[in-house]
Design a protein around this ligand. Structure first.
Ligand SMILES: Nc1ncnc2c1ncn2[C@@H]1O[C@H](COP(=O)(O)OP(=O)(O)O)[C@@H](O)[C@H]1O
Ligand SMILES: [Mg+2]
Length: 391
């Protein structure tokens, strides 16, 4: 088992910077997900962890050991690729045995014909077969050992790829979008299987995906990545409810968070979309702000006014227990989307005027540069008081 320390990792391909100094501590046994849009540098970071790519700057430690310059084979990590990278001409048994043969047999012993005659080969091969069988059974693919990858379904291939990574009991599992080639239903099922595998093995998992629901359902912590930079690393619920940055708030959540451009006014007010909201703290009057409101933070109220958005219904999406109501609110660029409980919402139809209230604690306030503003953060209040006392 092993913790991972990633320190100021930089990577450029030629003159193009891809990672801009990424630092991250991953705990022993943790399930950490790197989440971000395609092209943000997730695979590059994972490949550097695996030793398949060399960083331009910074350092990686796995367990107590700094592994910069250590070859992939010697890092005690195993990687599952998006493509699975199975050998098509080999059986499942042979595919799964590859990592063990590479480690336990010498180059001579691995030779097709002569190898088998060399002293010791037979016993090692028998051990390898036993280990492959044990892993295959644990993954429910024991009956597939004689087949070739072409004779397997997508889900079975995925299990074989995981099995090949598991068979030599690595301290760290690296998984790069391992579910993206599966259909939607299987993806949800395999999510649960991978999570269960993590619980069972108790080793460190670093999982890469661009799919926020994968990240949110499987991870102990999620590291949100954009343009080669980590924006926030926290538990899924915290990333969703308490984002540090406007870009995090906008990337996580479906339907997307509503973002209203606003202007601060005296008396703790922010003006936007023909109304005003109470916002915490003292933001200088005239300052540009953004108000983030999650679709489910709205509730229906009878009339317009302070802390209430008013607009005309453009469209209603029926989602079973929920309704997504798209509202044209004068003074906003995009429709506002509210998620209402179907049973609480009376017949709503297009063109109708609706009033949506928001509880003040559900407003997320962002500065013009995208930073989250938390003026009532108890920690910062304490710091302020301590400063006053020391003066
Ligand atoms: N071997 C390479 N040579 C040049 N550019 C690369 C190479 N690998 C990745 N890149 C570039 O680095 C950026 C990040 O890629 P990648 O880490 O694969 O992103 P992600 O996995 O988040 O989609 C992309 O712009 C990609 O084109
Ligand atoms: Mg990738």
């Amino acid at each position: 088992m092993a913790a991972i320390t990633i320190e100021k990792i930089e990577k450029s391909f030629g003159a193009t910077p891809v990672l801009g100094g990424v630092s991250l501590e991953i705990a022993d046994g943790e399930f950490l997900t790197l989440l971000g849009p395609s092209g943000c540098g997730k695979s590059t970071l994972l490949r550097i962890l695996a030793g398949l790519e060399v960083q331009t700057g910074g350092s990686i430690a796995i367990g107590e050991r700094v592994v910069d310059g250590v070859r992939p084979k010697r890092r005690d990590v195993a990687m599952v690729f998006q493509s699975y990278a199975l050998y098509p001409h080999m059986t499942v048994q042979e595919n799964m045995a590859v990592p063990l043969r590479m480690r336990r047999l010498s180059a001579w012993q691995r030779l097709p014909l002569i190898g088998r005659l060399l002293p010791g080969t037979k016993a090692v091969v028998a051990d390898i077969e036993k280990d492959v069988m044990r892993t295959a059974k644990a993954l429910g693919i024991g009956h597939l050992l004689g087949r070739k990858p072409g004779q397997l379904s997508g889900g079975q291939r995925q299990r074989v790829a995981v099995g090949r990574a598991m068979v030599r009991q690595p301290a760290v599992f690296l998984m790069d979008e391992p579910l993206s080639n599966l259909d939607a239903k299987l993806r949800v099922q395999m999510r649960a299987e991978i999570k269960e595998l993590h619980n069972r093995l108790g080793v460190t998992f670093v999982y890469v995906t661009h799919d926020q629901s994968e990240a949110m359902t499987m991870s102990d912590r999620v590291a949100v990545m954009l343009d080669g930079e980590l924006l926030q690393v926290a538990a899924p619920q915290e990333i969703y409810a308490d984002p540090d940055d406007r870009r995090v708030a906008e990337f996580i959540g479906s339907p997307k968070i509503n973002m209203l451009e606003a202007r601060a006014r005296d008396g703790g007010l922010a003006e936007t979309a023909g109304t005003s909201f109470s916002v915490p703290g003292n933001v200088a009057s005239g300052t540009g702000l953004a108000l983030g409101i999650r679709p489910e933070a709205f509730h229906l109220v009878e009339a317009g006014g302070h802390n209430i958005l008013t607009g005309a219904v453009r469209m209603v999406e029926h989602m079973g227990s929920d309704l997504y109501v798209h509202l044209d609110v004068p003074g906003t660029d995009n429709p506002v989307i509210a998620r209402l409980l179907a049973e609480r919402a009376p017949q709503i139809s297009s063109g109708q005027t609706l009033h949506l209230g928001v509880k003040p604690e559900r407003l997320l306030l962002f500065a013009a540069d995208g930073r989250r503003l938390r003026p009532h953060d108890p920690a910062s209040a304490t710091v302020l008081r301590m400063k006053e006392r020391s003066q």
